[in-house]
Design a protein around this ligand. Sequence first.
Ligand code: NAD
Ligand code: GLY
Length: 356
Amino acid sequence: MTSITVELNERSYPIHITSGSLGQFNKFLPKHNQQLCIITNPTVAQYYLQPLLDSLTEFSVTVFEMPDGEQYKSLSIYSDVMDHLIAAGLNRDCAIVALGGGVVGDMAGFVAATFQRGVDFYQIPTTLLAQVDSSVGGKTAVNHSQGKNLIGAFYQPKAVLIDAQCLQTLTERDYLSGLAEVIKYGIIYDAEFFSWLEHHTAELKMRDANTLMSAIQRSCEIKALIVADDEREQGVRALLNLGHTFGHAIEAASHYGEWTHGEAVAAGTIIASKLAEVTQQLSVSEFRRLFNLFSALGLPTQSPDMPWSEWRDYMQRDKKVKDGKLHFILPTGIGSAAVFKDIDEQTIAAVITECC
Ligand code: NAD
Ligand code: GLY
């Protein structure tokens, strides 16, 4: 087991990275959290709920299974969870445990942030995306019909408990989607890690256990450093949104279903990187390396074709708009990135056309 600390003073917490230890996660839960509510979904529950429950015999446990899918990260399901917690008689000393991917984690976190004005929260992420990104850093939210993650809170977990073996049951699409976020850390922060990923594409594709442990560890180390530096996204944390402005437009245009989050981020990162190449932040050969890595890992590199006006409308609705201006995160080399606000529309439109 490897442990990493997210350093946030009195709210600091550990990320424990293991392989095959899900059934021993009880030892990380303090005894004062006698009442637990596990929030999960049927897809995850069929594999991992019973082993977790078997290890929690000394706790009083209730389970809420939300339906599986991004569309259920909603206020309506949030309200159902609250009804469940109140009916089960949970008090302020209870803890909410998220067992699932980013959808379950975001919902459970928002529930924990708001039930009885905030109760303890533990993340047991079971997708690669959740293990390397969404379970760390305290962003919690549900969606609104007008946009993704519009209702939420920053609320840090007490611990993140990762069992990398859970990744073996993911569908190919969901697994590859998580790799897009792993590559992101190499691009924005760590050239050496990027190069390591380039040399381990075969092992990553076959979900080799040791390679996965290393990739998860380095990703979590980088995320922990960035969150410790800028918990509320006033500065450097924005870099974690590389490819997301374009990616969210792709997700919204496809009505959140056709493209997974990671696929949209991959295609969005290619647009951001092309824009960086055209504006001379990135060399032609660096762009090629980025493109080749996404391609080698079977991630989409081409965005869906839609008119510029549609792209602009979707991007304007994204949370990254400030003072009416679109902000873009662009790589400024392999291993670094920065925020750009004054790119002219013609250039963006031309790059998007090239990437569709
Ligand atoms: P997801 O939670 O929908 O999971 C993808 C699919 O995998 C689902 O069908 C799920 O049931 C299934 N699944 C989960 N674990 C499994 C396992 N071990 N074996 C088999 N199937 C499994 O999607 P995701 O990609 O994990 O998360 C996407 C969500 O995360 C989005 O809502 C996005 O907004 C959010 N997100 C949040 C943050 C954050 O910082 N809070 C960061 C990135 C993304
Ligand atoms: N996934 C982006 C963030 O945590 O800030």
